[in-house]
Design a protein around this ligand. Structure first.
Ligand code: CA
Length: 230
């Protein structure tokens, strides 16, 4: 049974979410307070956290950042205000996997939740034998090989590491600073051009049309992501 945590201070929305997520077979826990939410979010393992952005005592952004510091893989869907494009970017920047704008239709939210779970399960299946696969790209970390549509591709060590980050977390938005730190071990943002140039070289090797990337797309103002459905 999937364990879902809802952190939302609007009772009506929380009730609606609880009813429908219980309907799809999940075990739902709801809290309205930000601080209590944070404690629960980091104190237990969750299959999904549905997180409102504005909460009493601790914001959804702070909760999202703190969960990400402890667990890179806990799925988080952020609830944001409809008109605020900036909230979407801020949410993805803080490490949310997906966002949904209020007011939302419950069927849209359930569809997003189901697609998130399917992605995670498909990913777990593919990685059972260590292989990573998105679209026509397949990586075998053990043999250090990559194929695109069955054709072997030669990557440098850094390009290989970079690609592996995306393949391990489809749909997750990676900030450039985060890639710089994780792949290169740099914390100095003066090296950000390194990330851009490696992304471009990687695109040239794996993208059918590097000018219109299908696998590594740019998320303006945030970083890069590999769409799971690429
Ligand atoms: Ca709220």
């Amino acid at each position: 049974m999937k364990k879902i945590l809802i952190i939302e201070d609007e009772q009506e929305i929380a009730d609606l979410l609880t009813i429908h997520l219980t309907d799809i077979g999940a075990e739902v826990t709801h809290v309205a307070d930000g601080l209590r939410g944070l404690n629960l979010a980091i104190g237990q393992a969750w299959d999904l956290i549905v997180l409102d952005l504005s909460l009493p005592h601790c914001s959804g952004l702070d909760i999202c950042r703190q969960v990400r510091e402890l667990s890179a893989s806990t799925p988080i869907i952020m609830l944001t205000a409809r008109s605020a494009e900036s909230e979407r970017v801020i949410g993805l920047n803080a490490g949310a996997d997906d966002y949904i704008s209020k007011p939302f239709g419950i069927s849209e939210l359930i569809a997003r939740v189901n697609s998130l779970f399917r992605r995670i399960e498909a990913f777990a299946d593919a990685t059972a034998d260590g292989r990573l696969k998105v679209g026509d790209i397949e990586m075998c970390p053990v043999n250090h090989t990559v194929t695109v549509s069955g054709e072997p591709v030669t990557l440098t060590a850094k390009e290989f590491d970079l690609l592996q980050y995306f393949l391990r977390a489809p749909n997750r938005v990676f900030k450039r600073t985060e890639l710089l730190q994780d792949v290169w071990g740099y914390t100095h943002s003066g090296y950000l051009h390194t990330v851009n140039s490696h992304i471009n070289r990687l695109r040239a090797k794996i993208e059918p049309d590097p000018a219109n990337p299908r696998y590594i797309s740019t998320v303006w103002g945030v970083g890069y992501r590999m769409p799971a459905a690429a």
